[in-house]
Ligand binder design. Structure first.
Ligand code: X2X
Length: 341
């Protein structure tokens, strides 16, 4: 009798461990769906693909990730991505702060006109206390944020004429992304903004339903926007959107500690590589992408600091209005990080 009890007690002690380990492996999905807006050859898509590849490698194939570009998991509506991620319709994502801003108002921070003068300023935010605060916030919303990537500084293009001063935007129909902040910014500049998804933007540019758009140079080139009549590009650096590598929290919790750390390390590595790709060809040291645009008949305007100031002044009220929505303390912390970069 004593021996039987001892045996049962031992089984009870050992079994949960066996079950837990067995269950963990058995609970792994055959495929984890990774959402992005842009696929390859955009830096964003290269980053997502690289993350998937590194996850497979670092987990010895235990975690199999498939990338779904074109916001395919939300029928092309990129502003629904964050909700789908929270609900578990999407397992993982590399998403733009702009597209998640409708649900996470603090992410509008990066869309405040002229908050970030350069890449160093972006790094000061994402890699400093502000980035940590935003990750802590996201962690309360059913996702596990792992690393910051980059879409980039969003430059304005159009099919009509050069833009060197706010007045040049008067009456131009400009496609903007999914946060209402952008409607305010372009309205303040006298343009006629209209919000639509990236999927709808390309046909709208091609038919002339809209005159212009704003996106990073790497996106402008890879999407071949000059072939859609976008012959005027102004480098004004008014906002930049970082990308965030995340995993749905329930999915994350279903993984072993070892696999969680492998997925995290893969995200950190893929994001660092992606940021480097996103910045290629558009800096003072390496302007190869800008040179290539000139050969495609694109007239590229680089604003002088004085010219840029006029746009900043014209959008100052939008900045102040949205700073209240985002949270004055967070905006103040961001301004401090930028100033101290
Ligand atoms: O829709 C856009 O302009 C894009 C691709 O840059 C984003 O998803 C924010």
């Amino acid at each position: 009798m004593k021996a039987l009890f001892a045996g049962l007690a031992l089984a009870a002690m050992v079994l949960p461990g066996v079950v837990a380990n067995g269950a963990a492996a058995a609970d792994y999905k055959a495929e984890y769906k990774l959402s992005t807006v842009l696929g390859k050859p955009f830096p964003w898509g290269i980053g997502g693909d690289r993350w998937a590849e590194l996850v497979k490698e670092k987990t010895n194939g235990r975690i199999n990730v498939k990338m779904y570009p074109g916001s395919a998991l939300v029928n092309g509506d990129q502003t629904k991505e964050f909700t789908a991620l929270r609900q578990g319709v999407i397992d993982m994502a590399v998403g733009s702060t702009i597209n998640w801003s409708p649900q996470v108002k603090e992410l509008n921070l990066f869309s405040l006109p002229f908050l970030m003068p350069d890449h160093k300023a972006m790094d000061a935010l994402t890699q400093g206390p502000v980035g940590k605060q935003l990750f802590d916030l996201l962690a309360t919303k059913d996702v596990v944020p792992l690393a910051w990537g980059e879409n980039g500084f969003r430059e304005v293009s159009n099919s009509k004429h050069a833009i060197t001063k706010p007045e040049d935007l008067k009456g131009l129909k400009i496609r903007v992304v999914g946060s209402p902040l952008y409607l305010d910014t372009f309205t303040a500049l006298g343009a006629n903004p209209t919000q639509m998804s990236w999927a709808d933007a390309q046909p709208a540019l091609s038919t002339g339903a809209v005159d212009g758009q704003e996106n990073p140079v790497a996106v402008f080139t890879a999407a071949k926007l000059p072939t859609l009549g976008q012959k005027h590009l102004t480098l004004w650096g008014y906002v930049a959107d970082p990308l965030i590598f995340v995993v749905n929290k329930e999915v994350w919790n279903s993984w072993s500690k070892e696999d969680q750390e492998a997925v995290r390390a893969a995200a950190v590595q893929a994001a660092a590589e992606e940021v480097a790709i996103a910045r290629k060809g558009i800096t003072a040291q390496d302007d190869s992408l800008l040179k290539e645009l000139a050969t495609q008949g694109v007239a590229v305007v680089q604003l002088t600091p004085e010219q840029q100031k006029a746009f900043q002044t014209a959008t100052r009220a939008v900045y102040d209005k949205w700073a209240k929505t985002i949270g004055p303390d967070l905006v103040k912390a961001a301004e401090t990080s930028v100033a101290g970069r």
